[in-house]
Design a protein around this ligand. Structure first.
Ligand SMILES: [Zn+2]
Length: 265
């Protein structure tokens, strides 16, 4: 009698183990971080706002040329080198038919890849994202600056203004973090539909309609500017941060600068 009991037990253990294995595979499948190619954000954040604004102005004058095409070309060549290619686009030559002359295949591949990134990640496209502050504000490119005497680095952009200045969401998404934390004070964290985490800190007050898990739209009110958390002794400002899906904070400055430009039009 003992032997069959033992083998039954063994079979149960094997089946149980198999189920656990399946559960682990399923869990990993659900929680896998989205694949993000490593060249995307280094390229996007390397674009100078001045260059993007130049391309926006050019696109407004020649609307048949896509902003992304102008950017891909102008970010690869000098002003003088870019001219013959921009001329072709102005003469209604489509991007895929551009005569690149003596440009190497390797460089052509770079341009095509840049165009692909710009089309896939619409940070510079008009009105896809909103400028986060409504009203008078000033800010600088301070990403990476020392904080707490070099103990940590500044992982965002500080937008200064008057206490109580309205703050809005830059994108559509879902509220992931809400309320108090030590450094951020009153803060709102939104998981954008693009997969990034958008962080708004030191708020004076958070909009009462906000609830964790609730969806928000670009331009929707999040609260007002203040100096809560570790900003207690500093002038009122919004600390704005962007964390990409591989958990790396990127420099939001060029994006914000361009969003403001679109907002002023
Ligand atoms: Zn800051």
């Amino acid at each position: 009698m003992k032997k069959p009991e033992k083998s039954k037990m063994k079979r149960l253990i094997v089946q149980f183990g198999f189920l656990i294995l399946l559960a682990i595979i399923a869990w990993q499948g659900l929680h896998r971080t989205p694949t993000l190619q490593s060249d995307v954000y280094p390229y996007l954040t390397s674009l100078s706002p001045a260059l993007v604004k130049q391309c926006i102005d050019e696109h407004k004058i020649s609307p048949t040329i896509a902003l992304e095409e102008l950017l891909a070309i102008r970010s690869t060549f000098s002003e003088r080198e870019a001219q013959p290619f921009i001329e072709q686009l102005k003469n209604k030559v489509t991007f895929t038919k551009v005569n690149w002359g003596s440009v190497t295949n390797n460089t052509q591949e770079i341009i095509n890849r840049r165009l692909e990134i710009l089309n896939q990640y619409p940070f510079y496209q008009p009105y896809k994202y909103q400028f986060p502050v409504i009203g008078k504000t000033w800010f600088d490119n301070t990403f990476g600056a020392d904080r707490e005497g070099g103990k940590r680095r500044h992982e965002g952009t500080d937008l200064f203004g008057k206490e109580g200045t309205p703050i809005v969401s830059v994108c559509d998404g879902k509220i992931e973090q809400l309320g108090w934390n030590r450094l951020g004070g009153e803060r709102v964290g939104i998981r954008g539909d693009d997969g990034n985490y958008y962080y708004y800190a030191h708020l004076q007050s958070i909009s009462t309609e906000l609830v964790k898990g609730k969806r928000v739209k670009a331009g929707e009110s999040l609260g007002t500017m203040g100096h809560t958390g570790d900003a207690l002794t500093t002038p009122d400002h919004l600390h704005f941060g962007i964390e990409i899906p591989n958990e790396q904070w990127i420099n939001p400055y060029p994006f914000i600068e361009v969003w403001r430009y679109w907002g002023e039009m």
